[in-house]
Design a protein around this ligand. Sequence first.
Ligand SMILES: NC(=O)c1ccc[n+]([C@@H]2O[C@H](COP(=O)([O-])OP(=O)(O)OC[C@H]3O[C@@H](n4cnc5c(N)ncnc54)[C@H](O)[C@@H]3O)[C@@H](O)[C@H]2O)c1
Length: 292
Amino acid sequence: MSAPVPKMEFARPTAPPPPFQPQDKDTGERESAASARFSLKGKVAIVTGGSGGLGLEASRALLEHGVAVIVILDVNAIVGEAVAEILRKNYPTGTATFVAADVTNAEAVTTAVNAMVMLWGGVDILVAFAGVVKCEDALDMSQAAWKRVLGVNLTGSFICAQAVAKAMETGGRGGSIVLTASISGHAANFPQPQVNYNVSKAGVLMMVKSLAAEWGRYGIRVNSISPGYMNTVLNEGDGLNDHRKIWIERTPLGRIGGIDELNGAVILLCSDAGKFITGTDIKVDGGISALV
Ligand SMILES: NC(=O)c1ccc[n+]([C@@H]2O[C@H](COP(=O)([O-])OP(=O)(O)OC[C@H]3O[C@@H](n4cnc5c(N)ncnc54)[C@H](O)[C@@H]3O)[C@@H](O)[C@H]2O)c1
């Protein structure tokens, strides 16, 4: 009787690697390696949804890590201009500008990206935060409500990723694209009904894998961050008091996330510290998604 699994023969066509030689590093080398790992010195970045809570904090972090130019792209022009002004005042070594544009408008997004290439020689980083949510029962949800949330969160993320990736591919120096998914893309939220939002974020998770698979050859990395419940306008208001209580009870760390608590993941994914990370998602959610 033949064995169920045939015996495998492994060829060894190349010579084995040389024996591992541990290298010593002096203190100076160790310190400069540590800061270089998370440095974004001289990079050109675009942050969509940068007029919002999470986008503003991520923009601050990008500048703190050395980004030379940051472009905030958002539909909210009043707040967007104010955000750019704050960034210019707080980080005078960087250049911060605002572009009023809708992420669902491919022409407007492409114009903004092309202007960045003209003015600053390329784009190295996209962090895409633009997003909307509206809780509604699926039985009552209009097609307009379905399309709007899918349009901004999913199609808008694709439009921005595509425009930036074209510039990165032409520039020939690669880059990092970070999209914002959500714990809502991994499991249905409780207790709020929001099928359109959940589906849009699940789509972002698959988009990240697909784009990473296609664009790795150009040195373009594509990843996402999945926030849990964060302390922004999306989760504000007395009407959500009962919801917030439930969310906190189900979060192992026992609280809502601060608006700056995505920054570590953003910098990791944008910097050399993450240079072998692509096609993946980082949950920053206080552990809520660890529970069933
Ligand atoms: N706050 C949370 O708890 C949480 C949790 C998971 C995921 N997220 C995601 O994080 C991202 C940022 O959320 P936030 O909490 O900072 O919300 P926010 O409302 O403060 O920010 C969202 C920003 O996107 C902008 N925007 C909306 N539609 C746009 C469009 N069509 N074109 C350009 N800009 C547009 C808004 O003007 C706003 O400035 C969103 O994608 C959201 O889904 C948030």
